[in-house]
Design a protein around this ligand. Structure first.
Ligand code: UDP
Ligand code: MG
Length: 335
């Protein structure tokens, strides 16, 4: 069984060693339990803190490791896509964050579930989001998923993260999607197959802070929306219809008022309110339309989703004779 473990890395130099230590411990377990051949695929997403240098100097023991350095920061979605394109001949690929929020030891359960069911993909979803992220963030994300899933036949699974295992067929399907602005959460759902979700409580970030600020999250949500649903366009049309209907009724009312109740003072205030309301609504609708036009323009340019600057095969250094004998001697001396 060949398993590729995909790790996107962006400015994780501080915490990556602790992560890799845990990852290696789990990899050893997996190797012995399933006699699996494991490979690590790191994607450095244009880090500015020397993450790539830290990774290339580490010792991965019996596991082969490759590191791809991107030419700049392309974002996590692009990093995952790059890694998927580089993975070949594996029975399963596992995506995991490099900050220990996805505890590596939970990988065993992913493989176990995959082996004992007919799932093509097994993913973890965040359980009990509300108590961890607070009411505001969890409600906003709930609203986002509601809007995403409004009127579409491909339901995007709420709270499913990127910690997941995919088999070779699933991987092939993802690789073959041509779009370059990729919203992975949506694509995972779009390709279909049998998928199984397991609940998990994310760990604490080892070092630094999340790379996704509120603004970045909003932009990602917009990307997700415009690439997966045309619901906002439909809402615009329905809203337009409703407002037009109300306006016609209001117009009739004014005519009736003018004809039958002469002498009522003209309502400047109501006219101004209506003008500004419709001005605002029109701008909003133009903006939404613009998002879709922009996305179409982006895809039409056909630029690649990422550019790789350097590919590094991390060669594991065999321990030298002296370190080997020292390593052997150590347990004896402590006894
Ligand atoms: N990441 C990346 N490119 C980016 C931002 C993040 O490759 O532009 C990686 C990051 O190094 C980590 C994972 O994606 O391994 C998740 O990022 P982060 O922890 O910042 O996000 P959160 O956990 O808050 O969703
Ligand atoms: Mg994180």
């Amino acid at each position: 069984m060949n398993i590729s473990i995909i790790i996107p890395v962006y400015n994780e130099a501080q915490g990556i060693e602790a992560f890799i230590r845990e990852l290696l411990a789990t990899a050893v377990q997996i190797q012995t339990r399933w006699s699996a051949k494991i490979e690590f695929v790191f994607i450095d997403d244009g880090s500015r803190d020397g993450s790539a240098d830290v990774i290339r100097k580490l010792d991965f023991g019996p596991f082969s490791s490759r590191l791809f350095v991107m030419s700049r920061n392309f974002g996590k979605e692009a990093a995952l896509t790059a890694a998927m394109h580089k993975v070949e001949n594996c029975d399963a690929a596992i995506m995991i964050d490099a900050d220990l929020e996805h505890p590596p030891e939970l990988m065993e359960k992913l493989i176990e579930t995959w082996q004992t069911s007919d799932a093509d993909s097994v993913y973890y979803y965040k359980s009990d989001r509300r108590s961890r992220e607070g009411l505001v963030k969890s409600s906003v994300s709930k609203m986002f998923y509601r809007l995403m899933n409004f009127g579409t036949n491909v339901e995007i699974i709420p709270d499913a993260g990127d910690y997941r295992l995919i088999n070779a067929k699933f991987l092939d399907a993802l690789k073959n999607l041509a779009e370059n602005q990729r919203f992975m959460k949506g694509l995972y759902s779009w390709v279909g197959f049998e998928q199984v979700g397991l609940p998990f409580a994310p760990g604490e970030r080892t070092a630094g802070t999340s790379n996704f600020s509120a603004i970045k999250l909003i932009l990602l949500a917009l990307d997700g929306l415009t690439s997966f649903t045309t619901a906002p366009l439909r809402l615009m049309m329905l809203g337009g219809l409703a407002i037009s209907a109300i306006s016609i009724l209001y117009g009739l009312y004014i005519v009736v008022e003018a004809l039958f109740f002469p002498g009522v003072p003209p309502g400047i205030a109501s006219i101004l309110t209506l003008i500004s309301l419709f001005g605002g609504l029109q701008l909003l609708c133009l903006g939404i339309l613009g998002e879709y036009v922009g996305r179409a323009l982006h895809e039409a340019k056909g630029r690649p989703a990422y550019i790789i600057r350097e590919e590094i095969e991390i060669v594991t250094r065999k321990p030298s004779r002296s370190t080997r004998s020292r390593a052997k001697a150590k347990p004896k001396s402590t006894k």
